[in-house]
Design a protein around this ligand. Structure first.
Ligand SMILES: [Zn+2]
Length: 240
């Protein structure tokens, strides 16, 4: 595709997603709700939109739906369409994961994995622990499309409401391996509290690159991938 053509698409898209000050405030309020829920509600990662809609205002629903109804084909999205499915019935809850941040003990909020991925993850952890004396924790496992939208909004704020940058960081729900149990993704967190940026420098990442395939895990978005998704060394998926 010629560069100018790409630019036109992007401009059109950006125009659609230039939020007004009022809309930005709504997004901020949604993310605040998200943070509160995560602190107290174990089931928030798997919440369905109907349940959460009950506490939404009309304005919040509008922004929420604006994202969920967006058709990624409009921007010739390169990722594979995975679809949206029912939550797996054999989902396993992962609670009380302990990590240390600046020497302070912290507990990570509740995560979920389909059983098959969970078992493969446990097996892999036994192996990494023998070698590095450290475990890998789950910072994002399975989550519902509704929760996925909140993650998009969190990142939208982080990227100062730049839609294109955010799309390059957070996949659309029907394309996300966190929402699809057949190709279940795990974002790893180290026991030293490293997730996201910096993960590529850890011994855990080095170990994953050499060994994760043996346990059925693959790095989904490697460095210099041609999917227009940023390098995510912490994001690995398991084919179920
Ligand atoms: Zn991920």
């Amino acid at each position: 595709m010629p560069w100018w053509c790409k630019l036109l698409w992007y401009n059109q898209l950006v125009k659609n997603w230039i939020l007004t000050e009022t809309e930005k405030k709504i997004v901020l309020s949604l993310v605040k709700k998200d943070e509160e829920e995560l602190k107290t509600n174990d089931k928030f990662a798997i919440i369905d939109s109907d349940t959460f809609y009950k506490s939404f205002s009309e304005d919040e629903k509008y922004i929420f739906e604006k994202y969920l109804n967006f058709n990624p084909q409009e921007i010739r999205y390169k990722l594979l369409y995975l679809g949206l499915e029912e939550m797996p019935r054999d989902i396993v809850k992962i609670k009380n994961q302990i990590y240390f941040l600046n020497g302070q003990k912290r507990i990570y909020y509740c995560q979920y994995l389909p059983k098959e991925t969970y078992l493969a993850y446990c097996k892999m952890n036994e192996s990494i622990q023998k070698k590095l004396h450290k475990k890998l924790l789950v910072s994002q496992g399975y989550h519902s499309p509704a929760r996925h939208a909140f993650i998009f909004f969190e990142n939208l704020i982080e990227y100062n409401f730049d839609f294109i940058k955010t799309v390059g960081r957070v996949c659309f729900p029907a394309y996300s391996e966190h929402v699809c149990s057949r190709k279940q993704a795990i974002d790893f967190l180290t026991q030293d509290g490293i997730k996201g940026e910096g993960f590529e420098k850890t011994r855990e990442y080095e170990w994953l690159k050499e060994n994760a395939n043996r346990f059925g895990f693959s790095e989904s978005y490697p460095k210099n991938n041609n999917l227009e998704i940023m390098w995510e060394p912490w994001h690995w998926h398991h084919e179920n």
